[in-house]
Design a protein around this ligand. Structure first.
Ligand code: C5P
Length: 412
C-alpha cells in the first residue's frame, strides 16, 4: 500500500538517526519515494551522502537554498508529500512543533503542512518523562499528530534504561500504513467538494426590541465559519449567511451578513439551489412581535414593559422540507443542555434534516463560544460519537463526511 506514496522524512539530531537510514531503505523497498530533510544536528549522526544514496535523491538541508526557494521549496516539499514522518523526533523538535517555530527547514516544512504527520520520538528517558515533554506530546496528539513509540529498553548511553528508544523501522512502517489507511476518510482533499454548492448559516441572530436593544444568544459563529472555510478549502462554492459576529469572514467564501432570523431565511432562500446546506446558526426561536420604532422609555408609573414574543421561521425546517429546491444533504445542529441524543433525534425528523450535529452546551462544558467541541452525528443510520476536538477539526471531518456521502450517492 506504500507503492507510489511520497513520504517526507524529517530526521532530527539523535543517535537513533542511524535507524532512519534503515527506514528509508525499507520504505523504498515498498515502492515509496522518500524525500529526506536532515536538521543540522542530524548531520552529526548521519551524512547527507548516506541518506541521499538510500533515498536515491538529494537530501534537503537548508531553508534558504536559493534554487529550491525560487519554487518555495519548503512549501512544495510538504505539499507534495502524502505523509510527513519525523524520525527520530527529538525533544527539541517536538517543542518547536508544539509552538509553531519555523527557524530551519525541518520546522518550517512541519509548520507549512496540512498533511498527516507521524512522529517517532527518541530521547533520554528523563527527557521523555519531563513534564515539559509530557505537556508537549499531549498537545501534539491533541493537534491530531500521530505517534509511534517510544519503546522501553536500553539507551545508547551506557547504563541508561527506560522509555525513550525510537520505534523500530518496521513499527514505524506499520504506523505509516495505519495513518494512511484511516485518515483519508477524515480529511477531505482540496478537490473533494469541487463543483458543489454549499450554503452555511452561522452565528446568532439579533432580534430587535427597539432601535438600540435586541434579543441575542452567546453563539460566536466559530463553528459555522470554520465549516464554511473548510468547504471552500475543499473546492466548494460557498455562501455563508452569518448573523452578527466579531470574527472575520472566511477567505474564498461569499458572506452575506444579516441580523434577524427573517433576514437569514431570506438570504438562505436566495442562495438556493445548493447541493448541501449546513445550518449551524443559533437562530433565535422568538422575536419581539412589534419592535418599537423609538427607544423604549421607562414608564412614569414605574411599571416594567412587557415584551410579546412570536415564533421565528425555522430556516433548517424550511430548507429540509423544501418542495422544489431541497439540497441533497441537509445538516442541522442541536446545542442541548440535557437529553442530548433524544432531543437531537426528534429534531432530525421534525426538521427534515439528514444529519444533526449534536453538542452538549450545558454550562459545565463551557462549550458555547469556546474553541473546542464534542459532537455526535445523528442520522437515520444511528449515532456517531466524535472525540473532543477543535472546531476547525470538527469542520474538516464534517466536510470529509459530506464529500464521501455525496460521492457515494453519485453526481446526479
Ligand atoms: O430547534 P433548535 O433551535 O435547537 O434547532 C437547531 C437547528 O435548527 C440548528 O441547525 C439551527 O441552525 C436551526 N434553526 C433554524 N431556524 C430556527 C431555529 C433553528 O434554522 N428558527
Amino acid at each position: 500500500m506504500l507503492d507510489g506514496k511520497r513520504i517526507l522524512l524529517v530526521v532530527a539530531g539523535g543517535i537513533a538517526a542511524y535507524k532512519s537510514l534503515e527506514l528509508i531503505r525499507r520504505l523504498k523497498d515498498r515502492g515509496a519515494s522518500v524525500p529526506v530533510i536532515l536538521t543540522p544536528a542530524a548531520e552529526a549522526f548521519v551524512t547527507p551522502l548516506a541518506a541521499g544514496a538510500l533515498a536515491n535523491e538529494p537530501v534537503h538541508r537548508d531553508l534558504f537554498d536559493l534554487t529550491r526557494e525560487s519554487e518555495i521549496g519548503h512549501i512544495r516539499l510538504s505539499r507534495e508529500a502524502d505523509l510527513l514522518v519525523v524520525a527520530p523526533a527529538t525533544a527539541d523538535l517536538i517543542a518547536k512543533m508544539v509552538n509553531g517555530f519555523a527557524d530551519d527547514l525541518a520546522s518550517t516544512a512541519l509548520l507549512a503542512t496540512d498533511k498527516l504527520v507521524l512522529i517517532a520520538p527518541a530521547m533520554n528517558p528523563r527527557m521523555w518523562a519531563h513534564p515539559a515533554t509530557r505537556r508537549n506530546v499531549a498537545q501534539l496528539l491533541a493537534d491530531g499528530i500521530h505517534m509511534v513509540g517510544p519503546n522501553a529498553g536500553e539507551m545508547a548511553e551506557r547504563g541508561e534504561a527506560g522509555v525513550g528508544r525510537m520505534a523500530e523501522p518496521d513499527e514505524i512502517i506499520s504506523a505509516i500504513e495505519t495513518a494512511l489507511s484511516t485518515e483519508p476518510a477524515l480529511i477531505a482533499g482540496p478537490k473533494a467538494l469541487a463543483g458543489r454548492r454549499v450554503i452555511v448559516t452561522s452565528g446568532p441572530t439579533h432580534e430587535p426590541i427597539d432601535p438600540v436593544r435586541y434579543l441575542a444568544n452567546r453563539s460566536s459563529g466559530r463553528q459555522g465559519h470554520a465549516i464554511a472555510a473548510a468547504c471552500a478549502a475543499a473546492g466548494a462554492t460557498v455562501t455563508l449567511v452569518s448573523g452578527p459576529v466579531t470574527i472575520p469572514p472566511p477567505p474564498g467564501v461569499t458572506t452575506v451578513s444579516v441580523e434577524t432570523a427573517g433576514e437569514m431565511l431570506e438570504a438562505v432562500e436566495a442562495a438556493l439551489p445548493a447541493d448541501v446546506a449546513v445550518m449551524a446558526a443559533a437562530v433565535a426561536d422568538w422575536r419581539v412581535a412589534r419592535a418599537a420604532e423609538r427607544k423604549l422609555k421607562k414608564p412614569a408609573d414605574g411599571a416594567s414593559p412587557m415584551l410579546e414574543l412570536v415564533e421565528n421561521p425555522d430556516i433548517l425546517a424550511t430548507v429540509g422540507r423544501h418542495h422544489t429546491l431541497r439540497p441533497r444533504l441537509v445538516v442541522g445542529f442541536a446545542a442541548e443542555t440535557n437529553d442530548l441524543v433524544e432531543n437531537a433525534m426528534s429534531k432530525l425528523a421534525r426538521k427534515g434534516a439528514d444529519w444533526i450535529v449534536a453538542n452538549d452546551v450545558s454550562p459545565e462544558t463551557g462549550v458555547m463560544g469556546g474553541d473546542a467541541n464534542t459532537v455526535r452525528i445523528l442520522s437515520a443510520e444511528g449515532v456517531e460519537e466524535w472525540p473532543k476536538m477543535a472546531k476547525e477539526e470538527v469542520a474538516e471531518r464534517l466536510v470529509a463526511k459530506i464529500a464521501a456521502t455525496l460521492d457515494q450517492a453519485g453526481t446526479t
